[in-house]
Each structure stands twice: as C-alpha cells, then as structure tokens.
Design a binder for this molecule. Sequence first.
Ligand code: NAD
Length: 484
Amino acid sequence: MKQFHNFINGVFVPTSKTFEKRTPISNQVIGLAHEAGQAEVDAAVKAARAALNGEWGKMSVVKRVEMLYAVADEINHRFDEFLEAELADTGKPHSLASHIDIPRGAANFKVFADIIKNAPTESFTMTTPDGGTAVSYGLRTPLGVIGVVCPWNLPLLLMTWKVGPALACGNAVVVKPSEETPATATLLGEVMNKVGIPKGVYNVVHGFGPNSAGEFLTRHPDVDAITFTGETRTGEAIMAAAAKGVRPVSFELGGKNAGIVFADADFDKAIAGITRSTFENCGQVCLGTERVYVQRPIFDKFVAALKEKAESLKIGPPNEPGVGLGPLISAEHKEKVMAYYAKARAEGAKVVTGGGAPDMKGEYAQGHWVQPTIWTGLPESSPIIREEIFGPCCHIAPFDTEEEAIALANDTPYGLATTVWTSDLSTAHRMASAIKVGLCWINSWFLRDLRTAFGGSKASGIGREGGVHSLEFYTDLRNVMIKL
Ligand code: NAD
C-alpha cells in the first residue's frame, strides 16, 4: 500500500493519523495519506521561514532559475511516474493527463523561471525642490512564506501553476494538496531533493480543510500570503482566515460558464469545441461550459449534433484505448452530480441524453461513473443553470439577438470564462468586451499562453496569475528613492 507522507524541511514525515486514498475507477483503496496536525503545519511553516533566512534567501536569480529548470527536467525525466500517480488519483484518461497535466506541470517551472529572469522594474529620475536630483527604482522582493491550497481536478498542473512562480520569485511554500489527490505533490518532494532545492523551500502537508491541515495553514500567523484554487465558498472561509493580519490572497474559484454559439459559426468546429468544454475531464474543469446558448436558426441541429458527440464518448479507465470520459473524483462528488441529474428531471427538463450512471462491469462497477448529459427546456432561474455542478453536463437554450446572449451570459454571480463561436470578427470583439469574465475564448477553449493573465471576475476569483501578473502577487514591490 502506498504511503503519502508529508514533506517537511526536505524529509518525508509520517503521522499517526492516516486517511484512505481510493481510486475513482473502482473505489479501491490505493494508498494512505498521513494527515498533518497543527504540529506538522507549524514545522512546515518554520522550515519555510528558515529557508528564506538561509541559502535560498541569498541565492542569485540566475542560480534559482537554473534550479527551477532542473525541477522541470526531472519531472519530465520521471514523466511516467508522475503520469501513473495522477491517473491513479484522478482516473482521468491517459490521453488527457499525458498531454496536459504532466507536461504543463513541468512547463510551469520553466515559464516562470524565464519570466523572473527577464522582468524589469521601473526607474525614474526627478528634480528635487532644492534643485538637486533624485533617482528612484523598484525592487521586487519575495513575499515570504506562501500557503498554497489546491483542488483535485488538475492536481499537478494547478499546484505548479502557483509553486512555479512563487519559487521563481524567491518565496518558500507550504502546499496543501487536495485530500483527494495526494500523490503528485508528494512525488514532487523527491524531485526537489534530487535537484538540490534547499530544504524547507518546498513543503507539503496533507489533510482536509476545516479543523485540519487546510485551516491550520491558512490561519497560521507566520504565513505571509495565501494562494488558493477551489470552490467559492471555501474561498470565503480562507479569506476570513487571511483577514487576521491582513494577509494578501490570490483566488481562483468556481464558475458557471456560458458557451455562446452564433448561427454564423463554423458548425463543426463549434460542436467540437463545446464537446470539449462540456465533457473534458468528465466536466471537472473550472473553465468548463455548463450553460450553452445557441442562436435559434441552428438550435435543433446543434442539440442533435452535440447529443451524437456525447453518446459517442467512450467511458472507461485511463489506459483503455479510445477513452474520452473517466469517472468523477469521488463517491461524494458523484452523489452531488447525480442529485443535480435528479433535480433536472424533477424540474421538468427535457433529457436529451444521459441523466444517469452507466452500467460498468467487474472491478469498475464500484467506480464513480456518470453519463454525459444534455438538457433543454429549463427556465434560467433553475438551480441547474445557476449553480456549478462540476460534472459532464450542460443545459442548452436558444437565443435570438446578440444583446440577449450577452444578458444571458452575464446573468450569474460568477465570471470565470466564456467560449464564443462566430465567424463575424465584429461580433467577436463586441462579445469579448461585453461579457464579464476573466477569460474569453473566441472560436477556441482552454487555449492558453502561460504569459497571459489568468483568473476570474465577480465570485470567480481575486487577482490574476500568469506571466508578469504572477509577479504582482508573489513579490512585494518596494520603491527605493535616492537623493543624489
Ligand atoms: P474545494 O474548495 O472543496 O477544496 C480545495 C482545497 O481547499 C482542498 O485542498 C481542500 O482541502 C481545501 N479546503 C477546504 N476547506 C478549507 C478551509 N476551510 N480552509 C482551508 N482549506 C480548505 O474545491 P475542490 O472541490 O477541490 O475543487 C473544485 C472547485 O475548484 C470547483 O468549484 C472549481 O470551479 C474550482 N476550480 C477553480 C479553478 C480556477 O482556476 N478558477 C481551477 C480549478 C478548480
């Protein structure tokens, strides 16, 4: 049985309190995670602080950048181990994790190493009131000890998306991975030791949220800032914890994203795009599309074509060839998604396809599988259209005018992402400026340039990460003024 230990000060640390990690494909126990208590969290924060005061804090940017490149190279060197760990934890298709999770997880270290190496700061020269001269310049200093709290849907990718820039900027981190996905964060500890990252720079504490490692970390008075990806209501709890000591937060939260398809769109590309944005990773992508609005002339044709795509998705375990849909992450999450499937029926939705759980055989019978599901016919006030389900499902509704589509897309407390399909350039630009989101994709979805800003508007987040925007959060910008 695998043991997922905490990683504190360069050492793997077991505890007496363990919890089971079950694989979503069969619900079998595949490992035991060692829950960190207050003492382990204290030790991890102390180790991080000591690293900042030691070799790491004094290291040149050039050397730091070299080390982060070595981290990325070592992840790639152990690619198959990371891949197997991620597949076992999440059950997602091999094709997905091998193309996105692991390579992007490694790339996050190189991208931010390059950015910090090339980041300029401002400088001004001015005349002083006495006729003399003064020069001022900006100095980027590390924020300090960063608490990194992560979700389970893209475990390595979303964790390194924060750890990469945090370390590039010279901080030390204490990571709290999701209790559902302890493996890759633990494995990264081995990588850090192998390439010689000083002890205490990267720490991992396992456990849950309230009254466990998550809360102990975010309430810890010696944590200087918190970066979090997860549900909006967890963000509210973490923000309350961070209020003590007015510590900065960076939040990437939930969404209820609209996909908008105009009648002039390239139909096949729009269908392929919405198929991905609705069903990829079994709908467990924060940027996914759970509300689809289609212009009336192509509505029926669109619903029929998306139904065909949904029904052609092969459901199965990660390594089975041709699989496009894995399981949901846990029994608890399946219960939540199935409750929404039942609610849609109760509210009078037309179930275009799906709406239940597939009949899986043998060892997979106990896995957390659900059918890809499409509904039509619900009012916009329905919880199916207002609440984040985080499953492989969408509701499709018709619209007539551009103004109507904008109003529908914006009628939500969330503001994470949207995907718009049109062949009219002017429509595209107008939609991009009218829809209140952090990320607007036109004729694409989940297409990312890591140098660009990433984050959510409204209840979908606070701040932006990515490119130089990550530097804004992970460094403290000091102004130095010199009177000559
Ligand atoms: P979650 O909020 O339940 O948990 C996320 C992490 O927070 C876990 O590590 C959990 O243990 C920890 N946590 C929970 N309560 C806590 C507390 N009170 N104090 C400190 N830590 C606590 O989210 P999840 O179910 O793991 O992930 C799914 C959610 O994440 C969805 O809402 C999804 O939209 C969102 N998400 C957003 C983005 C984005 O970039 N905006 C990306 C991925 C996922």
